[in-house]
Write a protein that binds this ligand. Structure first.
Ligand code: UGA
Length: 431
């Protein structure tokens, strides 16, 4: 099938590559000419495991091309995916300016019947507005259908997620358009949910915000564990073994960050308010999330007698492992708190350091996990990169001023840490 994907970010690029891998003829459109040049040369502007290898293979196979021209994109695609960003705007509302700009371009260049698909996370009613933009621009109604097909892939595991989705949601008010998309997705052999467009748009927000609520729930339980001496991992295991609850997204830690959960919680809260519903549960989840990192840093401050004159090592800066994305990363919050109180910071991340350096050029970025410990009064583990699990704790202990680890993601076991002679404090346990 001839497929066009507009937007080559964390969602658009992996999605396009998976379509190409399935044998479709894929053309990506991105306005950013520098990005287009990089992709044509087989280079990936983001850190996402496996993407570069698949890009090179797809370029070699001739099934993946990229252009800055929407005109070319519209000539090419029978199906055109919109996968541009919908960041947080004013009042928590999703900023849809990129989507509207693409819709106007589509209206300008559409030249044959096209199925226009929203992959970006968009509020209920966005499909209706895209339709209206095209009609207002004089495009005949028989020339297009607008379908919602939300994406559920996660950063860091984008390719396996896109190759093996647990469900495919198609929101279409026209059966023929839905069937065309089913044909495209058929080789993935995933369960398909066909529904109306508005329900599909809401499914995406409901899913992401439910995940945020689930994490905030276990983080609220973690606060109780810290007071009563229970262990949050044991509680999560015990709860999660009930298939009605499930054990995923019950990892207590510093809270949820990233480019999706925070903005989607804010956006759904605004959508609910506009509909006259006060979504208190969502607001509470947000509040728990706000408090989580602050509380953790306060525990550290209490333990070491304030940060003035202290050196703190940070392990991990990305909002989660296997990405260089730092949007709404907990590391940024922590850096701001530590800086405000006069700490010296030594930070390390395998992929995201340069992105943080652009915001905080005044802290020290080191080249290995071990070096964060040089003369440090404590280490905070912020992001659970795999390499931290095999850190040489004996050597780390030898270069630190005080052998203290604050584990924000429950990566280490108390036994492992205490055997190496460290004091150990983690989320959801006394200490
Ligand atoms: C999230 C959703 O999981 C995807 O399904 C969705 O497609 C994506 O948003 C999106 O809308 O594009 P992502 O933001 O990549 O994916 O990352 P997650 O794996 O969901 O993690 C989000 C945050 O929650 C991270 O800060 C992570 O550290 C935190 N988290 C996750 C926990 O604190 N505990 C957990 O048990 C799981």
């Amino acid at each position: 099938m001839k497929v066009t994907v507009i937007g080559t970010g964390y969602v658009g690029l992996p999605t396009a590559l998976v379509f190409a891998d399935l044998g479709n003829d894929v053309l990506c459109v991105d306005k950013d000419e520098a990005k287009v040049a990089m992709l044509r040369a087989g280079q990936v502007p983001i850190y996402e495991p496996g993407v570069e290898a698949l890009l090179r293979r797809s370029l070699d196979d001739g099934l993946f091309k990229v252009t800055p021209s929407t005109d070319e994109g519209m000539q090419h695609g029978e199906v055109v995916f919109i996968a541009v960003g919908t960041p947080q705007g004013d009042d928590g509302e999703a900023d849809l300016s990129a989507v509207w700009a693409v819709a106007r371009d589509i209206a300008k260049y559409i030249c044959h019947y096209t199925i226009i698909v929203t992959k970006s996370t968009v509020p209920v009613g966005t499909g209706d507005r895209i339709e209206q933009i095209l009609v207002d621009a004089g495009v005949d109604r028989s020339m297009f259908d607008v379908v919602s097909n939300p994406e559920f892939l996660r950063e860091g595991t984008a390719l396996p997620d896109a190759q093996h989705p647990d469900r495919i949601v198609i929101g279409a008010d026209n059966q023929a358009a839905a069937h065309k998309l089913m044909e495209l997705f058929a080789p993935l052999e995933a369960p398909v949910i066909i529904t109306d467009r508005r329900s599909s748009e809401l499914i995406k927000y409901a899913s992401n915000t439910f995940l945020a609520i689930k994490i905030s729930f276990i983080n609220a339980i973690s606060r109780m564990c810290e007071e009563c001496g229970a262990d949050v991992s044991a509680v999560a295991r015990g709860m999660g073994s009930d298939p009605r609850i499930g054990n995923k997204f019950l990892q207590a830690g510093l809270g949820w960050g990233g480019s999706c959960l925070p903005k989607d919680v804010a956006a759904l809260n605004k959508i609910a308010a506009d509909l006259g519903y006060d979504f208190k549960m969502l607001q509470a989840a947000d509040e728990v999330n706000e408090q989580q990192t602050r509380h953790f840093v306060q525990r550290l401050s209490d333990r070491i007698g304030g940060f003035q004159g202290k050196t703190i090592g940070l392990l991990g800066l990305a909002f989660k492992p296997n990405t260089d994305d730092i949007r709404d990363a907990k590391s940024l919050e922590i850096i701001e708190m530590l800086k405000a109180e006069g700490a010296t910071i030594r930070a390390y991340d395998p992929a995201a350091a340069e992105n943080v350096r652009a915001i905080h050029p005044d802290i020290t970025y080191v080249n290995s996990a071990l070096e964060t410990g040089q003369n440090a009064d404590a280490i905070i583990l912020v992001t659970e990169w795999n390499e931290f699990k095999s850190l040489d704790l004996t050597r780390l202990g030898q270069i630190m001023r005080r052998k203290l680890i604050f584990d924000g993601r429950r990566v280490f076991t108390p036994y492992q840490i205490e055997r190496a002679g460290f004091e150990y404090v983690t989320v959801g346990a006394k200490g």
